[in-house]
Design a protein around this ligand. Structure first.
Ligand SMILES: [Zn+2]
Length: 97
């Protein structure tokens, strides 16, 4: 069975458990759903393309995940290694289903 490592994530600062990815240089595409006489535009669906991951951070306080050597992961493989390290040193809550 595949393990979901994100379930091991817990913010070092505030203890919350939702992790978000921060990207820059993203191209956002939005469906234009409404345009009125004054030029006011409303949007429907959004999607994004491209972009570079800056860091993974706590959704609540913005504290970034750090790897064992203090660097900030910017890809899934480094994030995996960082979360595994946190579990190993006991900084993460081990949550089981
Ligand atoms: Zn936090």
């Amino acid at each position: 069975m595949e393990e979901n490592l994100i379930k091991t994530y817990q913010c070092e600062k505030c203890g919350h458990t939702t992790l978000e990815e921060v990207m820059e240089n993203v191209v956002q595409l939005s469906t234009v759903s409404h345009l009125d006489e004054s030029g006011c535009v409303d949007y429907g669906e959004h999607s994004s393309q491209e972009g570079d991951v800056v860091q993974y951070q706590c959704e609540t306080c913005g504290e970034p995940v750090r790897a064992e050597d203090g660097t900030i992961p910017d890809n899934g493989e480094d994030l995996r290694d960082a979360l595994k390290f946190r579990v190993r040193i006991g900084q993460c809550a081990e949550k089981s289903e």
